[in-house]
Design a protein around this ligand. Sequence first.
Ligand code: PAF
Length: 283
Amino acid sequence: MKIISDINELRDHLRGQNRASFVPTMGNLHEGHLSLMRLARQHGDPVVASIFVNRLQFGPNEDFDSYPRTMQADIDKLEKEGVYILFAPTEKDLYPQPQEYRVDPPQQLGDILEGEFRPGFFKGVCTVVLKLFSCVQPRVAVFGKKDYQQLMIVRQMASQFALPVDIVPAETIRAEDGLALSSRNIYLSASERAEAPALQRQLSAMREQVLGLKEKTVSSLLDIEANALMQMQTRGWKPDYMAIRQQRDLARPTQADLDGGQPLVIVTAAKLGKTRLIDNLEI
Ligand code: PAF
């Protein structure tokens, strides 16, 4: 595997090849990331992975400085997956000048849910993803469904800018007890790790409650959300949101949407101790 940090060198290496299948990451790779690499490979060679902890998507009180950086272990894992190029730019490589041009996703999608609790997050994500796409010029890019809103926003960005890249979704990989794999799981203490699967169990319970409704109404969904929030708080969690939304745009479903059978998804972010976990479940 070739490890490249310079944008021009990356382009030189990719010239004359099939356009790549690309997996952008922030490193600290786990089985979830590796499943993205495998999926990328099914969509064509060469596979390019990137590792870049993107300052632009972290808020002032978030974990940019302490975000786990495990480059050598990551390299070993990517080698085993047959990744062709690891693009690992430094901040100077990717942002040689301050990145003043930014991609601002529409408020109705970028400022809700994750965007409400992490202002500017999706602006940072879209800006770096567009820049990485410009460096790699992939034919396909794989994004995990665990970051449901990120996947939707990146997909819409690619569509609205007519970027010549197919955004491929990848299923969430879970530990045996149901906890969605995440780089931030390493922040959990042993007792928090034992409690963490409760989040996914709560999503499953909400899903059962929605499916069990004789008639879906806006207020019955709000009751299910409120009850779930209370249950998680009682267990010692601090949920930011546990929301039943439409799969197509993450908006709250209206009664007409519910009557029309619009597919729903439950999305959540909740803090357990100092660790913020996110997850989702389609209904
Ligand atoms: O999901 C992530 O790891 C990051 O948001 C991404 C897509 C690599 C952009 O920094």
